[in-house]
Design a protein around this ligand. Sequence first.
Ligand code: NAI
Length: 406
Amino acid sequence: MCHTSKVWHIYHLSEKVNMTITKETIVGVIGSGAMGAGIAQVAATAGHSVVLYDNNATALDKAKNNLSSTFAKLEEKGKIKSAQELMGSFSFSGSLDGFANCGLVIEAIVERLDVKKAVFADVEKVVSDTCILASNTSSLSITSIAAACKIPSRVMGLHFFNPAPLMALVEVIPAIQTDATLIPAAKQLMLDWAKTPVIAKDTPGFIVNRVARPFYGEAIRIYEEGFADIATIDWAMTEIGGFKMGPFTLTDYIGHDVNYVVTETVFQSFFYDPRYKPSFSQKRLLEAGWLGRKTGKGFYDYTQGVAMPEPTKDTEKGNIIAERIVAMLINEAVDALHLGVASAADLETAMTKGVNYPKGLLRWCDEWGAAKCLSVLDKLYDEYHEDRYRASVLLRKQAMGNKKFV
Ligand code: NAI
């Protein structure tokens, strides 16, 4: 409800919780690393005053310097009016007390449930009862984080993608305790922050980090089985599959510390469903400290002077690789739809905007025909006798009924 022309937005979120967010709402961000600093930049650019907190003074300083130089560059390019003004909307805090006047606090600290729970409980001691609390976690349960809070109904997930200022997608995740009226309000807020929100059920990996698992896992399995080398699999997925980056280039870019941990967490959270099983190849990279581009070595060796391996451009082989991985991805999307993780439209938006897939997986299924996708999976299932390759019952029904998703 809008009362005066001065008020940009007021969302009456719930009579019970009675929280509002306006442009005047001060936004707190916990953690000033890659994600926290990015989210803080987005909130400030949307017109909010922002309090950025980190328990590591060096990290906070680094974020301050980076934000200042990012805003200076954006001003030079004419993308923002005044870097100085935007920097003026920030306060950098070395203690949680800085959050006292915040109406929304978004957490982006280390991906550990015990640490997140402790921080949420501490934040609640500082903020008012009407402050909304959100976590940017990639793979932890929002419900579990909310359970650590005195007012769990105010807690939700707001999952941004890296880099937050550039990636449009935000997954909005209600915990089972979340006040239902918070969700449309959060969705609207994300639209006002020039983001593309989708709503995801609080299940492991939400949408993107669940549905995308086979892109990495199945590629690594094909490599481990010696069917093709990494350069050839990457080539197949970009040239034939149409993806922007191949799985090995992409995981080297994301970092094996991040990508492996998400895989392992999702696997454990799904009660060890073999569909999400991590690989030893990636685990060994992590153990060796070969985290990818950032350490100069991962699946590929980025040392200066070391030549990148050349793919074997065998189209027949490439088709088998791309078809197998895409079929696994489609199956994940179809199963997520079947289990109510998200709507068909949100599934398509999530995979095209969150990980830049060349098209939505449900549309891909329609183009192939569900029967073709099912036959790729059933062939794998017959060959391996592994639950990993079980087709979603919805895919089977679509194939039987010759139906389309979109
Ligand atoms: P990061 O390691 O770059 O930054 C984390 C920051 O949190 C560090 O500056 C650290 O000093 C601070 N921190 C750690 N424990 C703290 C505590 N108890 N109190 C206050 N500050 C604390 O991590 P990143 O990549 O920014 O990730 C943060 C969160 O965002 C994680 O939950 C991660 O799963 C999630 N995420 C990460 C994405 C990525 O691609 N990096 C993408 C989407 C979500």
